[in-house]
Design a protein around this ligand. Structure first.
Ligand code: FE
Length: 343
């Protein structure tokens, strides 16, 4: 298969993985030798405008497949060294960590990326770099809670929140990363007490997504929840007078739990230099505001301002634990949440 031209190999691999979803979409016409192939868990609407611009600027055509993180990782694994993918873009440090841990990414030696992306938002072994930051923090009823009553994640285990807390399911990787960070911070024993306290305080069974948890507050079912800020931003955009507010957790402690969406160069890529260039461009001032802003996230590059709607939430102190630790401790977090009865 290695003797075949790239396009033919690509066709064969795609046929072999036809059972897996995801259609390859092209940006720019491909005299295909300098083309890059991207597997992306960020959706087409968010990445295609950027890829189009990159192609226009550099002449490098980009083909991409979008799917959720799990299937994309499985696909990379199944394709092994025959994968047509040069770049993986995915959400959550847990998924990036898993991709690196499974040997699917190669180390990138890029002074540009190291300079652009703070060290807590990238792999210590340089196999992936965060490209946008999502803060997972508290959202509360501005009708029933004064911000002075809130502190942060651990405080939501206090009996004063009994029957007032809503949470998204523990099955979601975002909560697994959050609890992994709490383990890194407080250790297993204390974190288990915190999670047990959350479960005791739940007003109702956990929700399938962050938006439903916020809607439950609006409906008066509970008063406070934990969400990724871009979901709050989407709700706010639809309903500017929504009776909810953001609260930056743990500002007197370790800071807000942040996670990333990010990318790396696949272990199998024969175009590491070109793939690295694309990542460097995505981390640049030119691409960052759009990469993050179109999804109401924070740029990972601190030299770039967030878009206005995001900036309006004010600044916060982030937890500086390396996001890779969230990946490393994720399996422990899953077991802990199970023991604590968090569904
Ligand atoms: Fe999300």
């Amino acid at each position: 298969m290695f003797d075949l031209p790239v396009s033919r190999r690509l066709a064969l691999v795609l046929a072999a993985t036809a059972a897996l979803s995801g259609t390859l979409i092209s940006c720019g016409k491909a005299p295909s030798d300098d083309k890059l192939v991207v597997y992306s868990a960020r959706n087409e609407q968010l990445i295609k405008p950027l890829f189009d611009r990159y192609t226009a600027e550099t002449g490098t055509p980009i083909e991409f497949v979008t799917d959720s993180a799990g299937p994309l990782l499985q696909r990379l694994q199944a394709e092994g060294s025959n994968t047509p993918a040069d770049v993986l873009l995915t959400v959550d440090a847990g998924n990036l960590w898993q991709a690196a841990d499974s040997g699917l990414l190669q180390p990138i030696n890029s002074a540009v990326l190291k300079q652009a992306i703070p060290s807590h938002l990238r792999d210590p072994e340089n196999r992936w770099f965060g490209l946008s930051v999502r803060a997972r923090t508290l959202v509360y009823s501005s009708e029933r809670i004064q911000p002075g009553e809130l502190l942060g994640y651990a405080d939501l285990a206090h009996p004063k929140w009994q029957g007032r807390l809503c949470l998204r399911t523990s099955k979601k990787v975002y909560n697994q990363s959050l609890v992994a960070m709490l383990i890194a911070q407080y250790g297993e024993k204390s974190t288990e007490q915190i999670v047990k306290g959350w479960v005791k305080n739940l007003a109702t069974a956990p929700f399938s997504n962050d938006t439903k948890a916020m809607e439950a507050i609006i409906a008066g079912q509970c008063d406070v929840t934990i969400v990724n800020t871009y979901y709050f931003g989407r709700l706010q955009a639809k309903q500017p007078d929504v009776p909810l507010s953001l609260f930056w957790a743990d500002q007197r402690g370790e800071g807000v739990h942040v996670n990333v969406s990010g990318g790396g160069v696949t272990a199998a890529s024969k175009k590491a230099a070109a793939a690295t260039k694309l990542l460097e461009w995505l981390a640049s001032a030119e691409a960052q505001q759009r990469f993050a802003g179109d999804n109401l996230e924070f740029p990972a590059n601190p030299a770039v301002e967030p878009v206005a709607a995001v900036k309006a939430w004010g600044s916060y102190k982030p937890n500086l634990i390396n996001v890779a630790d969230a990946g490393k401790l994720q399996a422990d977090a899953v077991k802990l949440m199970d023991r604590a009865g968090y569904k």
